[in-house]
Design a protein around this ligand. Structure first.
Ligand SMILES: Cc1ncc(C[n+]2csc(CCOP(=O)(O)OP(=O)(O)O)c2C)c(N)n1
Ligand code: SF4
Ligand SMILES: [Mg+2]
Length: 292
């Protein structure tokens, strides 16, 4: 029988995330690369389930729960404290949801990036405020049901990756819970950056998106392979696609497998597909221009 390596052991077992939670998969994969010399900061969110309340924590590294507005500000302070102490081998990591990143914590994140502290920020994007009962966030995609958008969200998904690119952050990447090796390569790069590094991970949530828990990884892969969530990185100002689907899949399977998109009709999906393809073509062109 094939032997598989033991992975994900930097977090204790038996945590109380939902069955099929990709946020937990991402956290385990991240810590496998970062190792024990890491401090984890989480704001109130589903990631706080890992940090725990009171004296118990799921992480096997020091961890701290910040407030929702300011995980990046706490990361700045801790990073500078280590610098003053002359400690250079500790990874200071903010691990926050989309609400805590693109909405409520955006000012702190932008400020920390502008000041240039050495820290890693990983946003797991489950596209809503899940921990408080599935309210829409700036990262909720158009058409998605949430408890505060009962007939589907109106308006676009906020593009915080583009905002950080405009700030000229030294390392910036998108990633997916369905492409763990690609994500881990990016975490390894982020670890070696002497400044802020940001990774935005698409993280399907069976509870909030209304699909069967066993479909989590499949859902993440469908988003990437349909061109809805391209995988790329920007190092300095150089853009590079890190995965190129041989042929983009139609978006229908991704949308029709999730209860949250039930209000979208076929003509809406045609529009989404066209936008996804146009946008992917633009990225492909940029990749070819910048990488020969
Ligand atoms: C300033 C502030 N507003 C609201 C809350 C309540 N709150 C706690 S967790 C949470 C949801 C966070 O959503 P997200 O960052 O997307 O993480 P997820 O729950 O989806 O993992 C909210 C709104 C809070 N703690 N602080
Ligand atoms: S609500 Fe979603 S993100 Fe939160 S623990 Fe459950 S599956 Fe994970
Ligand atoms: Mg969220």
């Amino acid at each position: 029988m094939k032997e598989y390596p033991v992975i994900g052991q930097m977090l204790h077992n038996g945590l109380t995330t939902c069955e099929g939670c990709s946020m937990e998969i991402v956290a385990r994969a991240m810590l496998d690369i970062l190792g024990p010399r890491t401090v984890m900061l989480t704001p109130p969110s589903c990631s706080a389930i890992l940090t725990g309340a009171g004296l118990e924590t799921g992480w096997k590294v020091p961890s701290f729960m910040s407030n929702l507005e300011a995980v990046a500000a706490y990361a700045s302070g801790i990073s500078e404290a280590y610098a003053i102490l002359g400690v250079e081998d500790v990874n200071v990591v903010g691990f926050a949801g989309d609400g805590g990143t693109v909405d409520i914590g955006l000012q702190a994140l932008s400020g920390a990036v502008e000041r240039g502290h050495r820290f890693i920020y990983v946003c797991y994007d489950n596209e809503a405020y899940m921990n408080t009962g599935i309210q829409r966030s700036g990262a909720t995609p158009p058409g998605a049901w949430t408890t505060t958008t009962p007939s589907g969200k109106i308006g676009p998904k906020k593009d915080v990756v583009a905002m950080l690119a405009a700030q000229g952050i030294p390392y910036l990447a998108t990633a997916s819970a369905g492409f763990i090796e690609d994500f881990q390569r990016k975490v390894r790069k982020a670890k070696d950056i002497d400044g802020p590094a940001y990774i935005h991970v698409h993280a399907p949530c069976p509870t909030g998106w209304r699909f069967a828990p066993r479909q989590t990884v499949n859902m993440a892969r469908l988003a990437v392979n349909s061109g809805l969530w391209p995988l790329f990185e920007i190092t300095g100002h150089r853009f590079r696609l890190t995965y190129r689907p041989k042929q983009l899949l139609p978006v229908g399977e991704y949308f029709r497998s999730q209860g949250r998109f039930s209000s979208l009709d076929d003509s809406a999906l045609d529009l989404v597909e066209k936008e996804a393809r146009d946008s992917y073509e633009r990225l492909l062109k940029r990749h070819e221009e910048e990488n020969g």
